[in-house]
Design a protein around this ligand. Structure first.
Ligand code: PMP
Length: 364
């Protein structure tokens, strides 16, 4: 937050001389997968302690030049965001609640002792990239352009302190339909050995280190036939926190939606917040509170818990059929997707893709 920043930032544009041809682009957009292919341009903004944010630019996509002593490479001072641009039937391009991502990036920046980027500059950085690479937003059903803003400490200094030089970037990657053959319930793996966050830690920040710590348990999840890993809270190891990359919800009966409250160790998902709003709009009772592993086990056994689902930007809403762990199995692996789960998923994607009116003003 130190340094002088001109407000708002003005972006310069250096067009790529190596942009893919329309034919090459369409070939990629026909089967983009996820996170493998990137658009022709990227955004970069520099920050120094003396100058604040400056040199905002749209430039050709390409490798970053980093001094080997850059502090991000040694101490992991890094944060990121993830959001999508959606193409509507009329060809227009929209992002979903980008101000929530801007706020979260600011919260993450505070926790990682990185400089805050203003909400206006964050949204403008997204707008600039989408304006230049708009042709990369696919139009097939359930596809999108995934946007990845991130911030790194790029000062060449091996002392352990908050960096005095930082870079902010935005890259974009076309994303195919997550569930190309219809929404399939997933099995998830309970990590009993590892947690992703502790009291006073970085669990509520979107920083690379959290994900580095989740890779080993995530590998164990794959080894056990599960798509995601479920973490308990690091203090009591009895409360449900969240999945490696998604928040988790429980449907009780036909009218109550429960999700773990924000304790400081959970990432505050934009999808989570939106689902809570849509559920309230439907007249469901919404509870943000502690949920224990025991409640999940007993609730499924008694029939009190009727549906479980995960949510996040990448897969929107994903039904959970079963929780597995060492000597543990809750739920039926062949259970179909729940009704409320699928209704919420449908409504949210209908708003994102402009098939329903944007009654909450969520689209930019
Ligand atoms: N929890 C974690 C750990 C995540 O990485 C994500 C994905 N950003 C989420 C929850 C869901 O957040 P969002 O709905 O904003 O994508």
């Amino acid at each position: 937050t130190s340094g002088t920043t001109t407000f708002p930032l003005k972006f310069s544009l250096t067009p790529s001389t190596a942009a893919r041809t329309e034919i090459e682009r369409e070939e990629i957009l026909a089967d983009p997968g996820f996170g493998k292919k990137f658009t022709d341009h990227m955004v970069a903004i520099d920050w120094t302690l003396d100058e604040g944010w400056h040199n905002a630019r749209v430039m050709p996509y390409g490798p970053l030049q980093l001094d080997p002593a850059s502090s991000v490479l040694h101490y992991g001072q890094e944060i990121f965001e993830g959001l999508k641009a959606y193409r509507h039937a009329d060809g227009s391009i929209w992002t979903f609640r980008p101000e929530k991502n801007a706020e979260r990036l600011q919260r993450s920046a505070r926790r990682l002792a990185l400089p805050e980027l203003s909400e206006a500059d964050f949204i403008e950085s997204i707008r600039q990239l989408v304006a230049v690479d708009g042709d990369w937003v696919p139009s097939a059903p359930e596809t999108s352009l995934y946007l990845r803003p991130f911030m790194i400490a790029n000062e060449s200094f091996l002392g352990v302190r908050a960096a005095h030089q930082v870079g902010y970037y935005v890259i974009a990657s076309p994303a195919g339909a997550y569930f190309a053959d219809g929404v399939a319930p997933i099995k998830i793996w309970l990590s009993t050995e590892y947690s992703r966050a502790g009291r006073g830690g970085t669990g509520a920040a979107k920083c690379g280190g959290n994900y580095a710590a989740s890779l080993l348990p995530q590998m164990q999840a794959y080894d056990n036939g599960c798509a995601q890993v479920l973490f308990l809270d690091g203090e009591t190891s009895s409360r449900i926190d969240e999945l490696g990359g998604m928040n988790v919800f429980f449907v009780h009966g036909t009218d109550t939606l429960v999700t773990p409250r924000l304790t400081g160790s959970i990432l505050e998902g934009v999808t989570r917040d939106s689902i809570l709003q849509l559920a309230r709009d439907r007249g469901l009772t919404v509870q943000e509170r502690d949920v224990t592993l025991g409640e999940w086990q007993d609730g499924v056994a008694s029939g009190a818990i009727t549906e479980v689902f995960a949510c996040g930007t990448a897969a929107v809403v994903t039904p959970i059929s079963q929780l597995k762990g060492p000597n543990l199995s809750i739920g039926d692996p062949d259970a179909p997707a729940g009704e409320i789960t699928m209704a919420l998923r449908q409504e949210l994607t209908d708003i994102q893709y402009g098939r329903l009116p944007d009654r909450h003003g969520w689209l930019t």
